[in-house]
Design a protein around this ligand. Structure first.
Ligand code: G3H
Ligand code: 13P
Ligand code: ZN
Length: 332
């Protein structure tokens, strides 16, 4: 058993309380590689932001759970080396799919876990979430749960259509499970294709898709039922068109990729939404930089040559999110 406290990590409790009160949101960035980890930490230190580094099931499979855990421990030391005296870094399991996975993460030094029972019937979701909460709280680890289903792929969960969270269920769910935060469904979804073209309108000048608005009425109703309770938004990449255009210009094929407009995320961050999950945008920034680099330097084959601009592009993206969208800068 390794306690996250020994690794210099923190749980989400105080962080979320401050964010809800202060009207901003904590960035939750997924990481799979060393370059992503470095870019996340550089951005958080430069912008003086607390940060959640999250690990999905796919990341655990790709990079190996032990390596990711040591990378997070290294991240704390790296932040200090960059001049941050008291880094506020959470190591979080994203979309935990079983009690066993959550337990294994808690036992190996995670400070926060998500148990995603959103595909289960309501009562079973409560039962599984409560089991994880009971174990996690014994170790002062915080738990994110989910109610409502996002459209698209939720790791194991495939949902063609999103099922918005039912505000009438949230009090019973939060009370019976004791979860520390709740991910809700208000129209966001995972990946770089968040809406089908037929759900959008098209800008006649640019030909780009304009997505429909998020269901802020559902968010408001949830906030009314659970005043001050930390709310989480998954699937919150904006799919920056500059990166999509660069990818397409240099041989990629991402037609009609579309995300959540930043002004809607800014509005959400000012509410009880205190954790905003971003993964796809970092993938797009990295891929755009690498494709551009190869197009301009076909003779390069040293990974450091193309991963350096890729890391820098991700860092700039993270800083932009922190400062211009979530408002979590200058909070350390
Ligand atoms: O929730 C989805 C995250 O973007 C993680 O994606 O399962 O491909 O690592 P992944
Ligand atoms: P995006 O695909 O919109 O980046 O969402 C990431 C996410 O929700 C991770 O849990
Ligand atoms: Zn997610």
């Amino acid at each position: 058993m390794v306690s996250y406290k020994k690794l210099g990590l923190v749980n989400t409790k105080k962080m979320f309380a401050k964010a809800v009160k202060g009207g901003y949101a904590i960035p939750a960035f997924n990481f799979n590689t060393m370059e992503q980890m470095q870019a996340i930490i550089q951005a958080a230190v430069e912008a003086k932001s607390p940060v959640i580094m999250q690990v999905s099931k796919g990341a655990r499979k790709y990079a190996n759970p032990t390596i990711l855990r040591y990378m997070a421990e290294g991240a704390v030391q790296y932040a200090k080396e960059l001049g941050c005296k008291k880094p506020q870094i959470v190591l979080h399991l994203d979309h935990g799919d079983s009690f066993e996975t959550c337990k294994s993460c808690i036992d190996s030094g995670f400070s926060s876990v998500m148990i995603d029972g959103s595909s289960l019937p309501f009562k079973e979701n409560i039962k599984l979430t409560k089991k994880v909460v009971n174990y996690a709280h014994k170790h002062d680890v915080t738990v994110e749960a989910e109610l409502g289903v996002l459209a698209g792929v939720e790791d194991e969960v495939q949902a063609e259509e999103s099922h918005y969270t039912k505000p009438e269920e949230v009090i019973e769910f939060a009370t019976k499970t004791g979860c520390d935060s709740l991910a809700i469904s208000i129209g966001t979804s995972h990946g770089a294709y968040k809406f089908k073209p037929e759900q959008c309108t098209r800008d006649p000048k640019t030909g780009k898709l304009i997505p429909p608005p998020l269901a802020f009425d559902v968010l408001k109703a949830v906030e009314k039922k659970l005043p001050g309770f930390p709310i989480v938004l998954h699937g919150s990449s904006s799919v920056p068109q500059e990166h999509v255009d660069t990818i397409n210009k240099f041989g990629g094929k991402l037609p009609d990729a579309v995300g959540i407009p930043e002004e809607q995320l800014r509005k959400a961050a000012k509410s009880a939404v205190c954790k905003i999950n971003i993964d796809s945008d970092s993938r797009l920034a990295m891929t755009a930089a690498i494709r551009k680099h190869f197009a301009e330097h076909p003779e390069h084959f040293d990974p450091r040559q193309y991963l350096t601009p890729a890391r820098e592009a991700m860092k700039q993206l993270y800083i932009h999110k922190i400062v211009k969208v979530l408002g979590s800068n200058n909070k350390l």
